[in-house]
Design a binder for this molecule. Structure first.
Ligand code: BJ8
Length: 430
């Protein structure tokens, strides 16, 4: 990673003001820099547009945090969230900045285990650990932290997290009945009221319409990327595509949309010229399951080092976040809130029961992306996705699509074992 994130970074004073533990933060960035070099910069045939990805990632704790501080100084608020259920269009309508707070590294895990049980998934322990170890400038920059009642792990974790970082929680229903939709609609409205309170701004129909257009444009750019990945040979590595999806939670949405559309122009030219990042006969895999937050690149690295290419991510840091748009036809504030509620109720998170549409969506996506197989990824101790892995296996077997189920966490201890399993799976597809 470029220099700005190293110990002698020009951003040190800012990190100090944010009360980060500077030496622990330096150590984290050092490890990340090396990790990024090994996993990303070593790739062949990268796109020119990947420079944007490298730059954003290198400045994710630097220039992007500086931008947040400048926005705050100009009177705007920063909202941090952990789930794609928190409606970004409403945040934007309040002229606030919306950022993701999920974390994908082990740092701080020991501290987190003082607040939540050991058998909690790595994603939860990571965001709690980042706060306790004073490693996350996004959490420290947030004026409002929004949790949600999705899985039991998160629900209970927010109670504990609230003791160290005040957290406002949205109630996400667990079913898709009309009563559940009505509850969710009221929660969307409650979020709007909370944002108006925190920001001191009134959300008008005009502002919400603009927020909807901005969030939809971002999703359309991501949909375009997904569509281009159906080409054979695959025009972009799964690692770079995952990075695009990860960055979508941090960068300014308008800049991100412009840059990803530029990257897609380059991809389109590649596809038209029949060029790819790997040879045409490379086994193509779809990843499906739990979200992979930055810098959780372990499994994609293992998969692509095993001679396969990842052509899609069915996860919240992937197509589950970009597949559905908010209907833009409503003209009144209430109509727009309806459209937002309806769009979010389509999210097929494993926290819903039943959730059979996810099985159909994965089979459908695998077909569209011409995937030769699916790797289902559950974080250890994640009940919702581990349960669905069993159902998914049956559904995909029926559809004639091979699946490998992986359960892992953020540690590097099982990398060799993962390699062996993934290589054996890839061999069966070749
Ligand atoms: S909408 S997937 S972002 S909840 S991995 S914390 S489920 S125990 S992340 Fe998620 Fe929203 Fe659903 Fe998406 Fe719990 Fe599982 Fe941990 Fe998870």
């Amino acid at each position: 990673m470029p220099d700005s994130i190293h110990a002698d970074s020009p951003h040190k004073a800012m990190w100090e003001t944010l009360n980060l533990d500077l030496s622990a933060h330096d150590a984290l960035l050092e490890v990340l820099g090396k990790f990024y070099g090994d996993i990303y910069l070593s790739q062949q045939n990268r796109l020119r547009g990947a420079e944007y990805l490298d730059f954003v990632l290198s400045e994710v704790h630097g220039l992007r945090i500086k931008e947040l501080q400048e926005a705050k100084a100009a009177g705007r608020k920063v909202v941090g969230s952990f789930c794609v259920f928190v409606p970004e269009e409403i945040t934007l309508a309040a002229d606030a900045v919306h950022v993701g707070l999920c974390a994908g590294a082990e740092a701080g895990t020991n501290l987190a285990e003082q607040l939540v049980p050991r058998n909690t998934c790595a994603l939860i322990k990571s965001f709690i650990g980042f706060k306790m170890a004073r490693l996350c400038p996004f959490i420290e920059s947030s004026d409002l932290i929004v949790g949600e009642t999705t899985c039991d792990g998160k629900k209970k974790a927010y109670e504990a997290f609230n003791e160290i970082a005040p957290t406002w929680v949205m109630e996400v229903p667990q079913t898709k009945t009309p009563a559940a939709r009505a509850l969710w609609r009221s929660e969307v409205k409650r979020y709007m009221a909370e944002l108006e309170r925190v920001t001191g701004r009134t959300i008008t129909a005009e502002k919400l319409a603009q927020g909807i257009r901005t969030a939809n444009a971002k999703r359309r750019a991501l949909q375009r990327l997904t569509g281009l990945r159906a080409a054979s040979p695959a025009p972009i590595s799964g690692r770079d595509a995952l990075l695009v999806n990860q960055i979508s939670f941090y960068d300014d949405p308008v800049r991100f949309t412009t840059k990803i559309n530029e990257l897609c122009d380059e991809l389109q030219a590649r596809v038209e010229a029949g060029r790819g990042v790997t040879p045409p006969n490379t086994p193509r895999l779809l990843l499906s399951g739990c979200p992979m937050a930055v810098p959780n690149w372990k499994l994609p690295y293992v998969v692509e080092s095993a001679g396969a290419v990842i052509v899609g991510e069915e996860s919240c840091i992937g197509t589950r976040n970009s597949r559905d748009l908010v209907d833009e036809s409503a003209t009144t504030l209430e109509g727009m809130l309806d459209a937002i509620a309806d769009r979010y109720m389509k999210i097929d998170c494993a926290c819903f029961t039943p959730n059979d549409e996810r099985l159909d969506n994965v089979a459908d996506l695998a077909g569209k992306l011409k995937a030769d197989g699916v790797i289902h990824y559950s974080l250890l101790f994640c009940q919702p996705y581990s349960h669905e892995a069993l159902k998914m296996d049956k559904a995909l077997t029926k559809a004639g699509i091979p699946m490998l189920s992986i359960e892992t966490d953020y540690s590097m201890e099982d990398v060799e074992q993962l390699k062996t399993r993934v290589e054996a799976f890839v061999e069966t597809l070749a």
